[in-house]
Design a protein around this ligand. Structure first.
Ligand code: FAD
Length: 411
């Protein structure tokens, strides 16, 4: 059995839905194939269910590895305004919180509902439970085979996402389909995920949340830095600063490099300022036992780890600390060096670094240079953004671009 359309969109995530709506509104007959029983599963979990879809600061350098010119071309100069308007025309007003855009209702489900209504209105035929297992081009027609049926079309937009959060449907089969039609794929690794540390004391700090910073060292070279709330876990460190540097750690570990992280729990202070601060503290609370030296400065479990790592008898009085011992504490608090031996799994990652290489795509149309009629949208490409709405902006912008180009092309 066969079904035919002008354009097949494979994948019903943010990028696929944006592509389908744009192509259908430009006059094409569109079938969207979604492997799961419903579209937009990942979208629902974004921003903790609130959907942080864009950011006030939008620039090519918010996206990693990718050629900045490619990213700039795909996003265009006014991508944030365009997305806000596009969503507003679906009834979704937005709200800016700490530089991040959310729907006014702060419900990802509102955006998904609006996209579904808009797809319906534009005449997009949405086929759920249709996981594409094989993609090929025969003469000027593409064939996408699911377990039930072969769909054919003159154009295909591949928008299958990455391998991150496979429970939402993006299980990496998109890379398989891309390779089936001859596209080069850079090996995906988890990004926007936690760091696993090789330190036995992690169990003791589990559950602590505190202000801090992470500097990632790859083969001893400072490679990435971020600051914010650290979430210390039994296996390492999570929270946004860990997420932001994780892509570099994943890739370096994949390439067999040494990865270390330098953690600061007093990110406002230099080591010298910390020494002065701790000396002042020594004066003020000299009668305390060492076990209470960091009282009120760090969460208790973290303070306990620091005291233990200092190697100093915790029963001594604070006033008896030597200058060298105070220096040692300053170093522990501002530059605790830890070994990173892994990152969170694909299931725990928000996005992937890697994917369909950009060299094979025209940035204006997102059409594959060697395979006319095939377009790529969203996270399937080798583009990953920072945490903060950049990945959804990429998914929506690239989806709209691919949808428009596919509908406008005469081939
Ligand atoms: C927990 C979590 C929170 C996040 N929060 C944010 C956030 O707040 N802000 C932000 O910018 N980004 C966030 N992201 C990242 C963002 O969700 C993704 O970058 C974005 O959704 C990617 O969109 P996409 O359309 O390219 O892929 P996806 O949303 O993954 O959609 C791909 C779709 O294709 C379908 N599919 C896959 N293979 C096939 C196949 N063979 N046949 C048919 N269908 C197939 C999948 O089922 C899926 O529905 C978050 C991610 C996660 C996991």
């Amino acid at each position: 059995m066969k079904d035919h359309a002008d354009i097949l969109v494979i994948g019903g995530g943010a990028s696929g839905m944006a592509a389908a709506i744009t192509a259908a509104e430009a006059g094409s007959q569109v079938i969207l194939l979604e492997g799961k029983d419903r579209v937009g599963k990942k979208l629902l979990s974004t921003g903790n269910g609130r959907c942080n879809f864009s950011n006030d600061i939008m620039a090519a350098d918010c996206y990693y590895d990718a050629d900045p010119l490619f990213v700039e071309t795909v996003l265009g100069k006014n991508c944030v305004v365009e997305l806000l308007e596009w969503l507003k025309n679906m009834g979704i007003d937005s709200k800016l919180i700490d530089g991040r855009y959310y729907p006014r209702s702060e419900q990802a489900s509102a955006i998904l509902d609006a996209l579904r209504i808009r797809m319906h209105g534009a005449g997009v035929q949405v086929m759920t439970g249709e996981k594409v297992i094989y993609l090929r081009k025969i003469h000027d027609q593409f064939e996408a085979q699911t377990n039930q049926i072969i769909y054919s079309a003159g154009k295909v937009i591949l928008a299958t996402g990455s391998k991150a959060a496979p429970q939402t449907g993006s299980d990496g089969t998109g890379y398989v389909l891309a390779r089936q039609v001859g596209l080069a794929v850079k090996k995906p690794v988890p990004a926007l995920t936690s760091l696993k540390l090789n330190e036995s004391y992690c169990k003791s700090w589990a559950g602590v949340r505190c202000d801090g910073s992470i500097t990632l060292l790859i083969d001893q070279k400072e490679t990435a830095h971020d600051r914010g709330q650290l979430q210390l876990t039994s296996y390492g460190v999570s929270g946004i600063p860990a997420f932001q540097v994780s892509r570099f750690a994943s890739r370096a570990l994949e390439n067999g490099k040494e990865v270390k992280a330098v953690l600061s729990f007093l990110p406002d202070k230099t080591i010298d300022e910390t020494v002065d601060y701790l000396m002042d503290r020594k004066e003020r609370i000299g009668e305390y036992r060492l076990s209470d030296y960091l009282l009120g400065l760090l969460p208790k479990n973290l303070a306990g780890v620091m005291i233990r790592l200092s190697g100093i008898d915790k029963q001594i009085k604070v006033c008896d600390l030597t200058q060298q011992q105070v220096n040692r504490f300053a170093s522990l608090l501002t530059s605790l060096t830890v070994s990173v031996n892994g990152t969170g799994s694909f299931a725990q990652a928000q996005v992937c670094s890697g994917g369909v290489t950009l060299e094979s795509l025209d940035p204006v149309t997102l059409e594959c240079k060697e395979m006319p009629g095939l377009y790529i949208a969203g996270e399937l490409m080798d583009v990953d953004g920072m945490c903060g709405g950049y990945n959804l902006q990429w998914a929506f912008s690239s989806g709209m671009r691919a949808g428009y180009a596919a509908a406008s092309s005469s081939s």
